[in-house]
Write a protein that binds this ligand. Sequence first.
Ligand SMILES: Nc1ncnc2c1ncn2[C@@H]1O[C@H](COP(=O)(O)OP(=O)(O)OP(=O)(O)O)[C@@H](O)[C@H]1O
Ligand SMILES: [Mg+2]
Length: 245
Amino acid sequence: MTQQPALLQLRGLSVSYGKVQAVRNLALQVAAGSLVAVIGANGAGKTTLLGAIMGLLPSRGQVLFDGHDLSRADTQARVEAGIGLVTEKRDLFGSMSVHDNLLLGAFRRRDGRAARQRELERVYALFPRLKERQAQQAQTLSGGERQMLALGRALMGAPRLLMLDEPSLGLAPRIVREVLHAVAQLRDAGMSVLLIEQNARAALQVADFGYVLELGEVSMHGPARQLLHDPKVEATYLGLLREDE
Ligand SMILES: Nc1ncnc2c1ncn2[C@@H]1O[C@H](COP(=O)(O)OP(=O)(O)OP(=O)(O)O)[C@@H](O)[C@H]1O
Ligand SMILES: [Mg+2]
């Protein structure tokens, strides 16, 4: 049996800010159609990692996407290759409506109005709340709705790999579950996802595979279920309290 090459493959990826190495010699893979979680504490290098994959930061090592070496490609070329990113800041246009924010996510697409409309309907089916609020200004949405909108907007660009930087940040546990459930549904529909999270338990519960990032290095990796029950991960990242209310 021949093994399917990963959609995203990082080899020896390193990023430095001056003398500080924020990501060190990192290897990571996202198989097509899988949901991969990267967990780690504040300052572990998670956002830096996404910046390097997106070509927003200079890095060493290799970024292979669908077998093509994008290591020297600029950000636009990476977006065009199919890499989509939802940043920590969400980057919404506050005074514009939900609907217009979503349409802006499709501005690079050249596949016509009908395809855009189909995508819009898929996003509204995934997040019925956005549909109800399509005329509402983005800045008046709740935190959870803003995250849904940011995700929906990224989907409008029809990415092949969706990268999410801490989508649970600042959200109540119930909303975290709702957002991550939607991410899992996307994976079930065939999307490949790289999910960055500090909320390790919630992330590992929906992921297929996980990586633990410590001081810019991968300290552990494995099937998400295995990490969820690993005593070291449990002690450091899962705490004693369970979020199963
Ligand atoms: N522009 C920058 N200049 C210098 N150092 C930086 C810069 N951006 C990040 N760093 C440092 O690099 C390290 C990794 O930061 P990064 O933002 O990637 O962490 P993170 O895992 O995303 O953390 P958080 O969970 O808080 O978002 C930190 O020590 C941070 O201070
Ligand atoms: Mg970060």
